[in-house]
Design a protein around this ligand. Structure first.
Ligand code: MN
Ligand code: MN
Length: 458
């Protein structure tokens, strides 16, 4: 037997790709970037997804609705989490093919009483959401996206900072000339959370005897523009996100920078794979979850009973047995992994780290320390996935997140596996994960689509 039959080496997408394959990958990412630019928050991602779903024949589902084979349905959970499902022709007791990703990303949230004036500026106080590296959010253009819910039951959407001609928002950083004390602090302490205050303006309201004239002017503008007052911030979800949109990166345009690749780089391919696999016999479910970045909590997170409620409702309508459905279902927990970064090679174990352009990354386990807090997927399930990826020509690689004992991370996998559903982590490798601008490879994004398609179809 020759050596290359015995040894294993991951494949670089470009090694075996034709010009047409590469063009297909790059063309695919045009749609991805469009999705990204319209989906900076989970609420926006749900809206964008509903529009895509309806364009592909999906209809809203409510508990109690009749369900039959061939139906294409979606359940919009409070505008922040969405489930899409397509009923296959085979028995529901054969299980459901589930691809679950998340559409929330690390960011800064307005506090409930955010607005104050100090030193001639009007600021908004924030509380960071998820694994934010605070030093990355200062001295960079920011946008405000959110929803204000008023006592009369109406809501007002805010989205400002992204369009040409919009003002942006800003967090002050310290000048190097006066940074002697700050420079000697550990990176994680250099920018305290309570200094992440957003500059809203500096112009005082004219012709008034009131104090806090700059704040009064901002409140006046907010009232004129959105019909809201300071008290309305008590019931608001206002998110601070990077103002810039996605970009091709590099002279060869092989990479994409954007806010929130984690985890829309898996969410979007799960949608396109679902829409393309209409002729599959299997019942498919695509989950776009909220609140993964803060532990999958709450009624829009993956830990919510809605997931099994929907499985139960579908099963009941089709005359199946929920225990059998769960036992026979298969899931891809579709979330990003860390891409090997030569600038920080020391934190990676090269043999078991994802490499750029080497396809979608499977992680048998995540967690930290001695595999703490992970769904460690069984060998048999991974073998089945190896087989179907080979059949469908999916370029993929296996990796864990960095060196053992260097840190770690979790995904929604364990919250799905605990329902007696076979689950493994599969996602796109990301450079600068959780930074305001993350980097991915176009061919890796495309292999996510190919992988999810194979999984939903095979
Ligand atoms: Mn993630
Ligand atoms: Mn994350």
């Amino acid at each position: 037997m020759s050596e290359n039959k015995l040894t294993y080496q991951r494949t670089n997408f470009y090694d075996n790709a034709t010009e047409a394959d590469i063009k297909a990958a790059y063309d695919y990412c045009v749609g991805y970037c469009e999705y990204m630019d319209n989906s900076k928050t989970e609420r926006e991602a749900v809206k964008t997804t509903v529009a895509l779903a309806e364009a592909n024949g999906y209809k809203p589902y409510a508990f109690g609705d009749k369900i039959k084979a061939g139906d294409k349905l979606y359940y919009n959970n409070r505008g922040r989490n969405i489930y899409l499902f397509r009923i296959g022709s085979e028995s529901i007791n054969n299980g459901v093919r589930i691809v679950a990703s998340h559409i929330d990303s690390p960011r800064l949230d307005f506090k409930q009483s955010p607005i104050y004036e100090e030193g001639g500026f009007c600021f908004a106080k924030t509380h960071y959401y998820g694994g934010v590296r605070k030093y990355q959010w200062v001295a960079t253009p920011l946008a405000l996206h959110g929803t204000v819910a008023k006592k009369d039951g109406t809501t007002v959407d805010i989205k400002i900072g992204d369009e040409a001609g919009d003002p942006v928002f800003y967090i002050n950083d310290l000048l190097p000339h006066l940074a002697k004390d700050q420079n000697s602090k550990p990176l994680g302490q250099a920018i305290p959370a309570e200094s992440l205050n957003i500059v809203l303006g500096s112009r005082p309201l004219a012709d008034t005897e009131e104090s806090n004239k700059v704040k009064m002017n901002i409140l006046t503008i907010l009232n004129e523009k959105y019909g809201i007052d300071e008290e309305d911030f008590l019931s608001a979800d206002i998110f601070v996100v990077p103002a810039d949109n996605s970009h091709d990166v590099g002279f060869d345009r092989s990479l994409i920078s954007a806010y929130g690749h984690d985890d829309k780089v898996c969410a979007y391919p799960s949608l396109t794979a679902l829409f393309e696999s209409d002729d599959s016999v299997h019942t498919a479910m695509v989950v776009l979850a909220d609140k993964e970045e803060i532990g999958s909590e709450g009624n829009t997170g993956m830990q919510c009973a809605l997931f099994t409620d929907l499985l139960g409702a579908i099963t009941e309508e089709l005359g199946g047995n929920l225990y059998a459905v769960k036992a026979n279902s298969k899931c891809l927990s579709a979330d990003v992994n860390a891409c090997f970064d030569p600038n920080f090679a020391g934190v990676f174990e090269a043999m078991n780290s994802a490499k750029i352009n080497c396809g979608i990354t499977m992680s048998k386990y995540t967690g930290s320390g001695g595999k703490g807090g992970t769904n460690d997927a069984p060998a048999e399930y991974i073998a089945w996935i190896r087989k179907i990826f080979e059949e469908y020509g999916v370029v993929w690689q296996a990796a864990e997140l960095g060196k053992a004992d260097q840190g770690g991370g979790g995904t929604v996998a364990k919250y799905i596996a605990k329902h007696n559903i076979e689950t493994v982590d599969l996602g796109v490798a990301v450079i600068s994960m959780h930074a305001p601008y993350e980097l991915v490879s176009k061919t890796d994004v495309y292999t996510a689509h190919k992988a999810f398609y194979a999984f939903l179809k095979a």
